[in-house]
Design a protein. Structure first.
Ligand SMILES: NC(=O)c1ccc[n+]([C@@H]2O[C@H](COP(=O)([O-])OP(=O)(O)OC[C@H]3O[C@@H](n4cnc5c(N)ncnc54)[C@H](OP(=O)(O)O)[C@@H]3O)[C@@H](O)[C@H]2O)c1
Length: 361
């Protein structure tokens, strides 16, 4: 039997401080499973939710998008996973039971925002994947045109590399800003699977090997070469048109450089509100801006999300997709606030911060 109460990292009200405290262990309804969460990742959006008051509208709330653990209980109609399976899943903000910064969470098995973890991947590694990968996948291969919340939307029209028609189907250079970020790591790997080469990225010098292991061919140190200087630095590496840019950083200077580097009829994907182009619309020279939204449970992302989760175990087992590097925080959920503070202060480099909810002190 699962316990009836658990420890959670709770947001008591909009803009309030998080605290670690008790809340009920939910029961899975039809299509859902209860997961005992062994590893949960921290994301910049957890800070954004608390500071900007977005996404979570019911309080007390629980944030957290990324979880890995063991299926404890299975709701009616679930056939794709069973009790005892090691799973990774993406949380959702519509209910505290679906947040992942807690000891037990509900996963939507019917929507396939869940996958079994292959034996070569640990819980910590698996928990680095959901939001980062979905943000890269939706931006690169999302199928919906609809502009969504806060102006998100647009589509590149690229075929994903888990389809035979998309694997290695593209060529020419690609640029990824922030190759050491969680999203950037996945974007590099996906672009490599799609066939792009060379893959140029920006990162601190000490993360060069991390970016190259993901598939980057050239790593530009953005602390030495500023974003206004990036177009010239890229031009020194390749004279071929750069038809795809994944701007994982998406600050004003990286977006402006990305837009400048992008070839006519190319696609740039941004992760933060656009300051260049117009979401989902072609510019006069055919340049297109896609503003990604890495939530597979959002109605506009379900199709690509389902396909991604079906492909995920195979990609991981074959070593075609690697999780992010991991740093485990101490004290379980009690260590999360310290991790979020470090993240807010730019003190996280080349790792995904992971909490072990079961080790909460
Ligand atoms: N739209 C969405 O749905 C969505 C979803 C997820 C994330 N996001 C956003 O996407 C961004 C990336 O998220 P994340 O989780 O991948 O971040 P993250 O892993 O926390 O990013 C940390 C990394 O960013 C790199 N970095 C910081 N400033 C940089 C710069 N100017 N140029 C190059 N690299 C830089 C650092 O690289 P070095 O250590 O090498 O310096 C660091 O390793 C965030 O702004 C986040 O809010 C949006």
């Amino acid at each position: 039997m699962s316990p009836t109460t658990q420890q959670a990292f709770i947001l008591p009200a909009k803009f309030a401080n998080f605290y670690v405290g008790p809340r009920p262990v939910p029961q899975p309804g039809p299509g859902f499973v209860l997961v005992k969460i062994e590893s949960a990742a921290l994301n910049p959006v957890d800070n954004f939710i608390q500071k900007a008051g977005y996404f979570v509208e019911e309080f007390p709330g629980v944030t957290g998008n990324d979880a890995a653990g063991t299926v404890e209980e299975v709701g009616e109609g679930v056939t794709n996973v069973k009790k005892g399976d090691r799973v990774v899943y993406q949380g959702w903000w519509n209910h505290a039971d679906r947040g992942t910064l807690q000891q037990y969470g509900l996963a939507d098995a019917a929507e396939f925002g869940i996958a079994k973890i292959p034996g070569n991947i640990s819980f910590d590694e698996a928990a680095t994947i959901p939001l980062g990968l979905a943000t890269a996948v939706v931006g690169l291969y999302g199928e919906r045109e609809d502009p969504m919340t806060m102006g998100r939307g647009g589509r590149t029209g690229l075929i994903p590399p888990w389809d035979a028609a998309g694997r290695g189907a593209y060529s020419g250079p690609a640029l990824v800003t922030g190759g050491a970020s969680s999203v950037g790591q996945f974007a590099i790997q996906l672009l490599k699977l799609s066939g792009y080469s060379p893959i140029i990225t920006t990162a601190s010098a000490h993360n060069e090997a991390y970016c190259k292991a993901a598939g980057a061919t050239h790593v530009i140190d953005y602390r030495k070469v500023s974003y206004p200087e990036l177009p010239a630095a890229v031009a020194q590496i390749t004279s071929a048109p750069v038809s795809i840019v994944y701007d994982a950083i998406s600050l004003e200077d990286s977006q402006k450089a990305s837009w400048q580097i992008l070839a006519p009829n190319g696609n740039v994907i941004v992760t933060l509100p656009p300051v260049v182009g117009k979401t989902g619309a072609d510019a006069e020279d055919g340049k297109r801006l896609v503003y990604t939204f890495g939530a597979v449970h959002d109605p506009t992302n379900r199709e690509v999300g389902r396909a991604m989760y079906r492909a995920l175990p195979g990609l991981l087992a074959e070593g075609l997709l690697k999780p992010n590097a991991v740093e485990v925080l101490p004290d379980g959920l009690a260590g999360v606030q310290g991790g979020l503070d470090r993240m807010a202060n730019g003190k996280v480099s080349g790792v995904k911060l992971i909490a072990h909810p079961q080790e909460t002190v």
